[in-house]
Each structure stands twice: as structure tokens, then as C-alpha cells.
Write a protein that binds this ligand. Sequence first.
Ligand code: PXL
Length: 274
Amino acid sequence: MYKRILTIQDISCVGQCSLTVALPILSACGLETVILPSAILSTHTGGFTGFTFRDLTDDLDGIAEHWAKEGIFFDGLYTGYLGSARQIDQVLSIASSRLKEGSPLIVDPAMADNGKLYPGFDEKFVEAMKRLTVKADILLPNITEACFLTGTEYRENYDEAYVKELVEKLAANDRQIVVLTGVGYKEDKTGVVVYENGEMKYYEHDRIAKGCHGTGDVYASAFVGAFVNGKTPYEAAVIAADYTVECIRGTQDDPDHWYGVKFEPQLKKLIDRI
Ligand code: PXL
């Protein structure tokens, strides 16, 4: 079946993250991809200075009202980096009015990494994000975001008990699936935990470079592409992890390419698995 997905996140004009990653990946996965930009930035905020930022909060309601008039509905909604706390209520309203019955709300609470909130985000935003994450069918945080959402102390080194407690606190209800990224128990390894029906599955893979920018968006987009195409959450998590690793491998030897990952040359490998 041909599916129409909506993704709401920012356009960072330069930087290979958010919509400039999600749109090509989801399209390559064979999905009609409708975009709703939450903000427009000249670059992302992770390492560039002096970037411009236009918050599109005031445009969202009008866009959603037009879609309602046109009778446009979606087979899935995937949210990423959002521009303001107020926007989160608009996203909730779009989720409740424009998603076809039974279609998934997939939330990447893109707001933090390496123990810190991204520039421009504060506790108020975290509180607002919690209102969205509790509604998600699938939640895709990294460990830092999981800590902010649950009020847990962030740790660089941890064990399985810490991760188990984190996902259990995070899951808002019995049917919510949590896909926790960047979980590594060994120096040269990282991986992803999929928590579903009270059960935790772990996929470990090589850790290539520390803190590569944009990989969260590459991961989440590939996950959504695979999941909406019928893969189980665990299968989608594995496909997305392998794809992200390939993207990092193809980027790591180029010191000029510090701001993102070269995800385009690896798209064929992703599509072949879907
Ligand atoms: O990759 C997440 C992301 C998305 N959008 C913007 C960002 C970041 C991370 O820093 O700055 C604007």
C-alpha cells in the first residue's frame, strides 16, 4: 500500500539533519512524505555560530486548517526537532485530527545529547515535550533525552539495570514502544534498546566515532521508513542502526565533513533491506 507520512521538524538549510535528512530518506523508502517545517535555520545549532532562526509557530495552525478543509489525512506522523513549547500543543492537535485511525505517532524528542540540552531549549520546553511523548506510540530518544524526560541523572558509564530503569520510567503506558539509542556497555560498542510489552531487546553494534552530528535524525528517519513499510520495531531498529553505522563509516575519514553524515551514498543499502 502506498502510504502518506507527515514529518514535523525544522529545516536546517545546511547541516544534514532534520528535514533535509528525513525527506530524502522517507521518500527513498517509498513513502509519500509531507513536511511541516517547525522553524527555518541557516544551519543547525551544533557547532555553527551565528545561525539564523525563524520560528514558524505562527504558521502551523493555518497550514493545519487548510489540510482539514482539503480533507488530508496521514498514515503516520513522525516528529523531530520542534521550534517552541507552544508548537508542541499544535503538534498534538494535528496528531489527533489528521492521523488516520490506527496510524502511528512516532516521536523523536530531539532536544538534547551528550548530557546537555541543545542551545535554546530549557526546562519549560522539556515539560512541554513530555506532553507529546506520553501520546507517542513509538518513542525514539537518546539516553540524554530519556534522562531529561524522566528526571534521571545522566551518566557516561552505566549498566543494564540503569537502562532498564530508564526505559521503564519512560514508557508512558503498556502499549508504548521505546527505542533508546546510543546504549553502549563497552568502549568500542554502542547499540539500541527496544522496549516492547515489558520486554527489553538489545542490538549491539560498532561505535565508530563519538558524537557524530545528525546521526539521531538519520537513525529515526530510517527507523520510520522501515517500520511504516511493515518491519517490526526490532527489525526496524536493527536496519536503522546498520544504515547509520554505514553512513558514519562513509564520513569518518573526511575531517571537513564534521557537521553531518554522508547518508546519501548509502541509501541503496537501506532500500535493499526494506
Ligand atoms: O539533529 C538534531 C537537530 C535538529 N535541528 C537543529 C539542531 C539539531 C541538533 O543540534 O540544531 C536545528
